[in-house]
Design a protein around this ligand. Structure first.
Ligand code: HPA
Length: 277
């Protein structure tokens, strides 16, 4: 059996399990990053499925990543919330990090909103800001599409000129405006971690055009773009990146500031779900 047939069988098995447990699967999915799992409080009548119960689904060991999927209603609109994700720094491959995207493609999810915690490179940003990701930079790390070509993820050499949908970005700007939430915009640069970046790496990131840095989101965004799932992504700025301010990035600052900004994200996500759904 070829490698991609095995992969496709895994996506299919996971999707079948979710569809059987959840009943109707929504067209919109939202992924909750570090410290943002309390967003699940705002989902009603949800079926909760632990990642560990889903066949082949990788389970996160990262702090403040819950590891459960919720299928329910947000202000009466059906949505799939994925609370927690896996990262390469936990020892997972890029393929594992993007596994759920293959499952979402199988479930015919058409719209995906990714969220994460990020460090600011742009000095006009401050902890607590929300940044709409306009594009990303991933230089050294491998791709989630490495391996035999799998048509589930489009052509062999998929185009990445619009990873973050122009249409969804417009919707998010409108939602933020309606809610009076100031929205920054910028380029997110992927670092594999788990160590925070050095000040020299952050200076380089700035020269290259990055506004924020983080250890997630990009593997999945690449896979989602290739699979034809319309994608948008929001970063909660939890800290100034290494060397940008007097204080060095640390885990408690990241989770505390992500938690403190979660209320803004909850209303933005709700507004987005109803505007996009
Ligand atoms: N660097 C990388 N990842 C992060 C950071 C950071 O400064 N903050 C939150 N996630």
């Amino acid at each position: 059996m070829s490698e991609h047939t095995q992969h496709n069988d895994k996506y299919t098995a996971a999707a079948k399990y979710i569809a059987e447990r959840a009943g109707l699967v929504p067209h919109t999915a939202v992924v909750l990053g570090s410290g943002l799992s309390e967003v699940t409080d705002s989902i009603k009548d949800a079926v909760r499925i632990c990642y560990s119960d889903i066949p082949h689904f990788p389970v996160s060991t990262a702090p403040s990543h819950e590891g459960a999927l919720y299928c329910g209603l947000m202000d009466n609109i059906p949505v799939l919330l994925l609370s927690g994700r896996v990262h390469c720094y936990e020892g997972f491959s890029m393929y594992d990090a993007a596994f759920y995207v293959g499952v979402l493609a199988r479930l015919k999810v058409s719209t995906l909103l990714l969220t994460n915690a990020a460090g600011a490179v742009n000095t006009s940003f401050a902890p607590g800001d929300i940044m709409l990701i306009t594009d990303h930079i991933k230089l050294a790390a491998p791709s989630p599409l490495t391996g035999p070509h799998n048509a589930l993820f489009g052509p062999r050499f998929p185009c990445m000129t619009e990873v973050y949908s122009t249409e969804l970005r417009k919707i998010i700007r409108g939602c933020a405006n309606n809610l009076g939430i100031p929205l920054k915009e910028g380029v997110y640069m992927y670092f594999a971690g788990p160590q925070y970046e050095t000040p020299a790496e952050i200076r380089a990131a700035g020269v290259l055009g990055a506004d924020a840095v983080g250890m997630s989101t990009v593997p999945e965004a690449i896979a989602a773009c290739a699979a034809g799932i319309k994608t948008a992504a929001l970063s909660v700025i939890t800290n100034m990146a290494a060397g940008i301010s007097g204080s060095a990035p640390n885990e408690s600052e990241v989770t505390d500031n992500a938690g403190a900004a979660a209320y803004k994200l909850v209303s933005l996500i709700k507004e987005f779900v109803s505007a996009a759904g």
